[in-house]
Design a protein around this ligand. Structure first.
Ligand code: FPP
Length: 247
């Protein structure tokens, strides 16, 4: 279903990234364990995937588990690992049906061999899909990503240049995000896409992730549509370039 969007295609971000924050507070408000908030977070993610498809967003990248999340209480970490395994078995067939191409950027070496196998299988199954590319960043950190790319270039005897690093990061297959949304009210990037977000527009919303719905997405898209992206140029240069491209 294509939603009658109020955004022209040039004002719609091609690549949206999301820090899905606020699951713990959502659960606490309801006197539920934190893992219940993460479970509800999976539902919000499922709906957001559909909303992105409906609006014509081509790439969605979400932060599901950060390199630093290992420092959380043991039962929360194991709950998130179980949730990943459950989400993979339940959601992958549905996502494949919708034509979603899946990737799991992050350091997989420490994940269980069962989960590692499921990640590879999900990626192989969906590799030919093109409706939406969904990157579920798991055991991901921006610093890890820059370091692993640099290590790889050194191992291959290549020069470390900006272009070489860009094509070696874990998100090289999708390019940089146009819009990064962080829910939950905090205004920081928390080691997410450090290399890739140099010119990304940021939208922060107090909405807790489990409450994030199509309307909240549209609000973020509207804020993005009103931004002027200058990439280091002046406003006048940007206006004259966009005027000439439409001439
Ligand atoms: C941050 O909220 C959220 C996380 C650390 C996990 C995000 C995971 C999901 C939304 C579920 C999707 C997961 C999989 C496995 C596909 P928080 O716990 O920091 O919330 P708080 O700031 O309110 O405490």
């Amino acid at each position: 279903m294509a939603v009658a969007s109020s955004f022209s295609s040039e004002r719609l971000p091609r690549h949206v990234a999301i820090v899905m924050d606020g699951n713990g507070r959502w659960a606490k408000k309801r006197f539920l364990p934190r893992v219940a908030g993460h479970k509800q977070g999976v539902d919000a993610l499922r709906h957001t995937v559909q909303s992105c498809i409906d609006r014509g967003v081509r790439v969605l990248t979400v932060f599901a588990f950060s390199s630093e999340n290992w420092n959380r209480p043991v039962d929360e970490v194991s709950g998130l690992m179980e949730l990943l395994a459950l989400a993979l078995s339940r959601e992958v067939p549905r996502l494949h049906e919708k034509g979603v191409q899946l990737h799991f950027p992050g350091d997989r070496a420490v994940l269980s061999s069962r989960v590692q196998k499921a990640l590879v299988e999900a990626e192989s199954l969906t590799v030919g899909n093109h409706t939406l590319v969904l990157n579920v960043c798991f055991n991901y950190g921006g610093r890890w990503d820059i370091a692993q790319a640099a290590r790889r270039l050194v191992a291959e005897g290549r020069e470390i240049t900006e272009a070489a690093l860009s094509e070696t990061t874990a998100l090289a297959h999708v390019g940089d995000p146009d819009l990064l949304i962080r829910t939950g009210g905090e205004m920081r990037i928390s080691n997410f896409l450090l290399w890739q977000s140099a010119y990304t527009e940021m939208v922060f919303t107090p909405c807790l992730w489990p409450d994030f719905d199509a309307q909240a997405l549209d609000q973020a898209l509207a804020e993005y549509a009103g931004r002027e992206r200058r990439f280091g140029q002046t406003s006048e240069q940007v206006s004259s370039a966009s005027g000439s491209s439409h001439a």
